[in-house]
Design a protein around this ligand. Structure first.
Ligand SMILES: [Zn+2]
Ligand SMILES: [Zn+2]
Length: 281
């Protein structure tokens, strides 16, 4: 099996160690490929996104690591880029002109007004108390309205394109499932996920199986029950740990591969010498 990880944070964003520390762990675990994917800059500062000011240093540092570890580990420069709205997302020239090897598109924020400042952002990936407050304040206490907004943003992100990988596809359920009226099995939810999967399949994008919460909370993004539908739609997949500390580079990988096998998947997407290839596992 090819050991790889393309979703990894580091000290340029909210990861806890320098990129090289992640690389060393990946080498120690006999990885073939490793991609660093810091949270890309936003039009405002947050404690987890990198600053545009640090971009040149980020690119130089990963390029230095590529040279240093050449022949031992394929290292790639990636970025996890936020979709905020149609004016700020992975498809805009700023992100498209960066010399990246790949781009992950993720929705963490739902803007509640057109001005893109921190005060106008609802974060779906933070503490539940803040999430719940946002549902009550901006979505009339109705989680279904917020979930709908999340999938509308997600679909728009995929339609606008400029990404290779869809990041943690259904992350909204992490907090959403704790709200009244949320239901994985209700048609309103299942139909939204299915529509999103169909749009992704139409664009030919890779979906990551994000294992960040797999061992800790038995959660994968996307949930395991969507994998057989994804396979029917011939959506290519990869397994990513979304690690923020080096000891977690390989966290949940074997378990995710087991689940993929059960769903009938036989291969994952790998960057090999810089091009995406489907590799049987
Ligand atoms: Zn993310
Ligand atoms: Zn991430």
């Amino acid at each position: 099996m090819h050991l790889s990880n393309y979703h990894s944070h580091c000290s340029f964003c909210d990861g806890r160690s320098m990129p090289e520390e992640f690389v060393k762990f990946a080498l120690a675990k006999s990885f073939r490929a490793y991609g660093i994917s810091s949270h890309g800059p936003l039009p405002f500062e947050t404690f987890w996104n990198m600053s545009a000011f640090d971009m040149p240093e980020y690119l130089v540092e990963i390029s230095r690591l590529k040279d240093k570890y050449q022949g031992h580990l394929e290292i790639y420069t990636g970025m996890e880029i936020d979709y905020l709205d149609t004016t700020y997302n992975p498809s805009i020239p700023y992100f498209q002109n960066l010399p990246l090897d790949y781009r992950i598109g993720s929705v963490h924020f739902l803007p509640i007004a057109t001005e893109l400042c921190e005060a106008n952002m609802v974060c779906i990936d933070g503490p539940f108390s803040e999430f719940k407050k946002a549902v009550d304040t901006y979505f009339e206490g109705d989680i279904r309205k917020m979930v709908k907004r999340y999938y509308e943003s997600s679909i728009r992100m995929v339609e606008l394109g400029g990404i290779d990988i869809v990041g943690h596809l259904d992350k909204i359920y992490m907090n959403g499932q704790r709200c009244k009226d949320f239901s994985f099995t209700a048609p309103w939810y299942r139909n939204m996920v299915n529509e999103y999967l169909e749009v992704i399949a139409g664009k030919g994008l890779i979906v990551e199986i994000n294992t960040k919460n797999l061992l800790k909370k038995q959660q994968t993004f996307p949930r395991q029950e969507y994998l057989s539908r994804m396979r029917e739609l011939q959506i290519p997949v990869m397994v990513n740990s979304d690690c923020h500390t080096p000891d977690l580079v390989n966290d949940g990988r074997q378990e995710a591969f087991d689940v993929l096998k059960q769903a009938g998947y036989k291969s994952t997407c790998e960057l090999i010498a810089g091009s995406w290839q489907s590799i049987p596992f």
